[in-house]
Write a protein that binds this ligand. Structure first.
Ligand code: SF4
Length: 323
């Protein structure tokens, strides 16, 4: 039986907002022009955009590796299984070595690999990345896992009763809620009920702490509030910086929520203003989505070739490579 075609419905997420804010052209290519690129009979340019949009960079790759490992560990603990931290590290290392080989050979153009990883933008565009930088990338993963296993989290998680577990990185199909009639994706890395009866949402972070993450966890708080019918005053939100060993609580109160709502409404209005038909999520012509003037954004962008910015990025990188 032939499946009904998927429709490109409008939804909101923090990452969609970030793409929209950084470069409208990248936003258009990512959310609209690449749509359907998974189909065997997709036009060549759509297929190319689709493969490119799936690429990670080395920092997001390290981050998702840590997230995947911690997710598996938490699910093991939830099921009462014993976890060996050395085995987790060894498995992550082997997987990253396999990922690296797959990516360096650009096999993502022709082969299916694994859902969470297809390849790296650095390999696609031949970016000059010194060996030390690749080693540092592994060190980010290793040290984040080491901190996690030595932190208070293993004891906390293993001490939770079955009814205290809510979610562990439940994925797009499950973790979404409705705000002002719109589907909003918000996937907490970990959600549980603590010993005091507070619902806690956690976001693991790799790399350095920076501003702007608060809104992300406020979105998680709204999500768990809706899904589990918990009043907001009974929710705590926490950012855990695994590489810095820092934990930051984010206040979930009416004024934080008001600012989240305001920001959300403005972001949605800006996105909708670039739709020809909001009912079908049909965008305006590509010309309504101009390329950014910030070349440093292009230097991180997966679309720099189809966008015509590959040469400009090379020019930008050359002095650094010579230095
Ligand atoms: S290469 Fe630059 S201008 Fe083009 S889509 Fe990417 S960020 Fe935007």
């Amino acid at each position: 039986m032939r499946r009904a075609p998927l429709s490109n419905d409008f939804s909101w997420s923090k990452s969609r907002h970030e793409k929209f804010s950084e470069c409208l052209r990248a936003y258009y290519l990512y959310y609209y022009r690449s749509w359907g690129g998974w189909e065997a009979d997709a036009p060549k340019d759509v297929r190319e955009l689709y493969v490119l949009k799936k690429l990670a960079n080395r920092f997001s790759w390290a981050g998702s590796m840590v997230h995947e490992c911690i997710k598996d560990v938490l699910l093991d603990w939830r099921a009462g299984r014993v976890v060996d931290p050395a085995a987790v590290e060894a498995k992550a290392r082997k997987l990253m070595q396999d990922d690296f080989r797959h990516s360096r050979g650009k096999a993502y153009w022709t082969q299916k690999y694994r859902k969470q990883f297809t390849g790296l933008v650095e390999h696609e565009y031949g970016d000059a990345v010194p060996d030390d930088a690749w080693k540092q990338n592994w060190e980010t993963v290793r040290s984040a896992l080491a901190w996690f296993f030595a932190s208070r989290w293993p004891q906390l998680a293993q001490g939770l009763k079955p009814e205290q577990w809510l979610e562990v990185d439940a994925g797009f199909d499950f973790a979404h809620f409705t705000l002002e009639g719109l589907k909003v994706f918000a996937i907490p890395d970990f959600a549980f009920v603590d010993a005091d009866g507070m619902t806690v949402v956690v976001d693991w972070k790799t790399g350095k702490s920076r501003e702007g993450y608060d809104e992300q966890v406020l979105g998680y708080a709204l999500y768990v509030s809706q899904r589990y019918r918990v009043p907001l005053e009974k929710i705590r939100a926490s950012l855990v910086y695994l590489n810095e060993g820092l934990e930051q609580d984010v206040t979930v109160d009416p004024s934080a929520m008001e600012s989240f709502h305001k920001h959300f409404s403005q972001s949605v209005a800006n996105m909708r203003a670039l739709l020809k038909d909001p009912a079908t999520n049909t965008p305006l012509d590509v010309s309504a989505f101009p390329p950014t003037d910030t070349l440093t954004s292009c230097a991180r962008c997966v679309f720099r070739r189809p966008c015509g910015r590959e040469a400009a990025v090379l020019q930008l990188q050359r002095p650094q490579q010579v230095a």
